[in-house]
Design a protein around this ligand. Structure first.
Ligand code: 5GP
Ligand code: MN
Ligand code: MN
Length: 233
């Protein structure tokens, strides 16, 4: 038998990073208080991500109700990013954030780390009517996306990037072009979770990035899709 020396030493496979060391990420979005119907079951996982539109009008009462449901879910790590319906987080940020249980990480143009994964969240989306966290297309949105650090593993936004799971019923792509450009040329996260366009929920892999439109409800705000589950090595 040949003796192994120095750099030649190879650890038996049982001592290397095991292949089963994956983080199970459960993605939900646009839940619009649909848990009231009682048919919404969330699979277990290491991390639960909510990409916004937890409420209808974002009142303090609705935020309290959302929190009671979300905080009771058993996932060890939970992240929430607001959507255009979640007005309270824009109008009364301190009061609204204080309604969330300490176990919930709220991200608004900010970053957190969960088990070594760098995760960044942002609620802004292109102007459409008069809604919370709306911004004009072009430089106002572009400046937000430019704040996202390079090296982020998981990106959460409420709105989709242009051209990816962003088609409305009329067939128009309504995602943000600047978000798409920033993601594909600079940020290159491993996973991008968003929602907002209810009728284009799904997943799409492109250039090593997994995109998930995690919307759970349809255009009538009724439960239509179960949560998406991703295992990230
Ligand atoms: P929500 O009001 O829950 O944010 O969005 C519900 C629906 O509004 C979406 O599924 C989509 O049909 C429509 N919607 C949201 N944002 C836009 C947009 O920027 N442009 C268009 N045409 N429709 C949108
Ligand atoms: Mn929605
Ligand atoms: Mn929305």
């Amino acid at each position: 038998m040949r003796l192994l020396r120095g750099a030649e030493k190879v650890l038996p496979s049982a001592f290397r990073t095991p292949h089963h060391m994956k983080m199970r990420i459960v993605c939900i979005s646009d839940t619009h208080l649909v848990h009231r119907d009682g048919e919404f079951s969330i699979p277990d996982g290491d991390l639960l991500i909510h990409a916004g539109d937890a409420t209808y009008h974002g009142t303090q009462e609705e935020i309290r109700e959302f929190n009671a449901w979300f905080a009771a879910l058993p996932h060890a790590n939970k992240i929430f990013v607001a959507g255009n319906h979640d007005w309270g987080f824009q109008l009364h940020p301190e009061q609204s954030r204080a309604k969330l249980a300490p176990s919930i990480i709220y991200l608004q143009d900010s970053e957190t780390t969960v088990d070594g994964l760098r995760i960044y969240g942002s609620p802004w989306q292109p102007q459409f009517g008069l809604w919370a966290f709306n911004l004009e297309r072009g430089s106002p949105l572009r400046e937000r996306w430019q704040q996202i650090p390079t090296g982020v593993d998981v990106l959460i936004t409420h709105g989709p990037p242009f051209g990816i799971l962003d088609r409305t019923l009329s067939g128009r792509h309504v995602g943000c072009r600047d978000l798409h450009a920033e993601i594909t040329t600079r940020i290159k996260p491993r996973l991008h979770v968003f929602g907002h366009i209810h009728e284009d929920a799904g997943r799409h892999e492109q250039d090593g990035i997994m995109f998930i439109n995690a919307c759970n409800v349809d255009l009538t705000y009724r439960l239509a899709h179960q949560p998406f589950v991703v295992d990230l090595p």
